[in-house]
Design a protein around this ligand. Sequence first.
Ligand code: ZN
Length: 571
Amino acid sequence: MNEEIAEIFNEIADLLDVKGVDFKPRAYRKAARKIGSMKDDVKEYYEDDSLKDIEGVGDAMEDKIEEIIETGSLEYLEELKEELPSGLIDVMNVPDIGPKSAKKLYEELGVEDLDSLKEEAEAGNIEELKGFGKKTQKKILQGIEMLEEISGRHLLNEVIPIAEDLIDHLGPKAEKIEKAGSMRRWKETIGDVDILATGERDELMETFVDHEEVEEVLVKGETKTSVRLKGGIQADLRVVEAGSFGAALQYFTGSKEHNVSVRQIAIDKGYKLNEYGLFRKDDEEKVAGGSEEGIYEELDLKWISPELREDRGEIEAAKEGSLPELVERDEIKGDLQSHSDWSDGHNTVFEVAEEAQNKGYEYIALTDHSQGLSVAGGLTSEDIKEREEEIDEVNEELDINVLSGIEVDIKKDGTLDMDSETLKELDIVLGAVHSNFKMDEEKQTERIKKAFETGLIDIFAHPTGRKIGEREGYEVNVSEMIQSAEENEVVLEINASPKRLDLDSLNAREAKEEGVTISLGTDAHGLNHLDYMKYGVATARRAWLETDDVLNTRSYEDLMDFIHDRGDRDG
Ligand SMILES: [Zn+2]
């Protein structure tokens, strides 16, 4: 419910911006950020009649939240939408188009949806507008292309929790049940939720459509039922025979490329492989099908983790017995990027640390922003000292090691947004690029390398700056960046936030091959974001990373040794 409300409030803010309303959009965005990152369900506040305890929620917003909870929609939003073309929201989703540009495009060129935007851009009419230009027009076309790619797909955090909930709901009725599809491979964006089960067919299908999140039953068939969930995501349940469960799971997990290669191996060995099983070609005898392991084994392959099934060398490795021993979620001993209310996080140091302790972690790095990032209320070296006192107290009180860290801005010229004395006293230093995204590749790469060469950065955060479905990263030569990280012993991050997953699996794999250590950080700005670690681990697994490749599998002592060994520091 929290994310739903946050989304509606953000939409309201965008529409108010287009209308040219002052102040109100900011208030809605602020409340959306707060609600979107709260750990507790807004419904609990609603039930206790305490919605106004939420920061930024006044009378007007309280009414609106109540309406959303009670009816699932909001009249006010519908009215706003009627005043403006509904496609304008999509237009504002294009990177580089904010509410102000959308308004201008609408008023001067009549752009009211993505189609008309594309037409105007292709016709070259946008570059004629004051304040736009050729470069912006090109960016807009690239942005539309990116949106077309992601259309109909969803981020992991929108899909995985629902899928797990559905599986819990069905579990007691099923003999076997598993996620399938790209979701089981933990691809960064997911189309539909695919679930595969064995058990009593009618009962399973009934239970499935009974789930409270199901809004509409699309198809209810013999072997497959499809529904649309309340958030608009489609979910499919397939019920198969126990003797075919492994074959169906293998088949529906994909990827297509992986399956083509596996089927070829089957053919070469005189078999036929399909979703029902592995059959001998000559007498049609079924030799495997109940389990995936059985099928791979019959083909003289080791079982391959779903995250690797992209036809990127995993089949050869399975043949040779040289598959990686992938890092596991329960090997992660801490979170190496988080933010408290000292910068733009929503929780106190104590709250963040306590939640991390509840997760069973040995340590958590508090990496609030430096002051250069004015929007994030960044820290000065004075603030750092004050925060240090608070961290010391929390370290006394709780049974977890809170690292005093920072996410220091790398400035345009590659210097850092904080003096080196302060940085050297900190437990851990993350560096990051948050501005000047439009530099050309050569300059951007130089900027980053120069920052690495200061020796002051332990970890380079979200190394390409991309946000899935929102914006491409900055232009950087990733291979050169990896080389420089290796030379300067800089750790590269896989940012576990489902919007980022940056480095992505291909780049992280290249980093590993070049001998660069990878760290995982959730970039939590609220307590619920600490749950994102599983998405970071999944990306690490898709990158073939093993335990030793990942910095946060180390114990607290080993982590501190690692950081001390790589740079010179006072703390
Ligand atoms: Zn950042």
